[in-house]
Write a protein that binds this ligand. Structure first.
Ligand code: DAH
Length: 377
């Protein structure tokens, strides 16, 4: 084919092309402007409820324009190829005009793409940045176990009554757990308090009464102490039993101590624990290390004695054992029962916790499920 085209032919095409390009560019320009000047976020919606799709759409629109107006199959590229067909004297002029056309097309596109990219990266930076002035996340705070809370309340009451707090041992010898407490070998009371034995003669204590002996050996008499702690028994766990539980032991030995002191002390403790109207009841009982012995109950804190689920309709809640320290127990620690007398008592903390917190399964206290334990502050 001969060189037939002149600059004039091409110039007309360039003008046409440029005007359709501008017509198409106009609406895209305003879309891009809108998204660049908005407060859009990439993930969410902006304050006005527009979502980020606009930004992405603007980019796609620009890319589409670029492909159609400057891509391989665009008119621009056809025009470029047609330069060779232009008569030689017009060729340079035509080439320059086409080059100018290309710049007129790609420049605004590039400019807008840049603007969009800047906007997108600004948003990303804003979204990913950390506000160092925000308060930090607090570490989760632990708190005391319900048994501990209760033990501390009991301790506070007895400390106020002039009692010392004794720490005992969980691993004991037969002597402290039984013999010294007037429970000789073959005594049936051993059976009721069967515990866990080691192979070399030790056993996990089955009662905190062991601390009575330690306290009198260490402190001598007179003595006033309580000993809260863990005890163990061979028991199959069920809603009201656990092979490990907590007791508080109390001991008061002095000259002239009588059962009246025992009753007064236990009653006062229960009043401070459950309120001034709390009534106390003693029932005759038997324990090898006390004589006489009594179990004590208190008037139900829930129904005040009229009968409810907690007190099993009796109006009373059984709490513990007590009595006057057996002369044999005093003798074994070298205290003369003619000169000194005393009282002792023991109660279960977990039983009390179960009642106070209305737990239908005592084992909840030992499963260490934080969701449960968290409820007691
Ligand atoms: N140690 C007894 C028990 O575990 C409770 C007890 C009863 C303790 C009478 C005492 C007491 O100090 O005097 O069943």
């Amino acid at each position: 084919m001969a060189d037939k085209l002149s600059f004039k032919d091409i110039e007309a095409k360039i003008a046409d092309l440029l005007s359709t390009f501008y017509k198409e560019l106009e609406p895209v320009k305003s879309v891009v402007w809108d998204s660049v000047s908005s407060d859009l976020t990439l993930r969410g919606k902006d304050a006005a409820g527009n979502d980020t799709v606009a930004l992405v759409e603007s980019k796609t629109k620009l890319q589409d324009l670029r492909t159609r107006y400057s891509g391989k199959k665009s008119e621009l590229s056809t025009l470029k190829r047609s330069i060779g067909l232009v008569i030689p004297e017009d060729r340079a002029k035509t080439g320059q005009a086409i080059q100018k056309l290309e710049i007129s097309i790609t420049d605004p596109l590039t400019q807008m793409e840049d603007d969009l990219n800047v906007k997108i990266s600004e948003i990303r930076t804003a979204e990913e940045s950390i506000d160092v002035t925000l308060p930090g996340r607090r570490p989760r705070r632990g708190h005391r176990h319900p048994i501990t809370l209760l033990r501390e309340r009991i301790e506070d009451i007895f400390v106020a009554l002039g009692y010392a707090i004794e720490d005992g041992r969980e691993l004991e010898t037969d002597f402290y757990n039984f013999t010294a407490l007037n429970i000789p070998d073959n005594h049936p009371a051993r059976g009721a308090q069967d515990t866990f034995y080691t192979t070399d003669g030790f056993a996990l204590r089955s009662q905190t009464s062991t601390v009575q002996i330690h306290a009198m050996q260490r402190r001598g008499v007179p003595v006033r102490m309580i000993a809260p702690g863990r005890v163990f028994r061979r028991d199959t766990p069920d809603p009201t039993h656990n092979p490990m539980f907590f007791q508080v032991e109390g001991l008061c030995v002095d000259r002239g101590i009588t059962m009246a002191h025992l009753k007064g002390t236990v009653a006062e403790f229960l009043r401070r624990m459950f309120g001034p109207e709390t009534v106390t009841r003693f029932r005759p009982s038997y324990f090898p290390f006390t004589e006489p012995s009594a179990e004590f109950d208190f008037g139900c804190f829930k129904c005040k004695g009229s009968g409810c689920r907690i007190c099993k309709n009796s109006g009373w809640i059984e709490l513990g054992g007590s009595g006057m320290v057996h002369p044999n127990v005093l003798r074994i620690v070298g205290v003369d029962p003619q000169e000194y007398s005393g009282f002792a008592f023991g109660l279960g903390i977990d039983r009390m916790a179960a009642l106070m917190y209305n737990l239908d399964d005592i084992r909840l206290l030992f499963e260490n499920d934080v969701r449960f334990l968290e409820q007691f502050e």
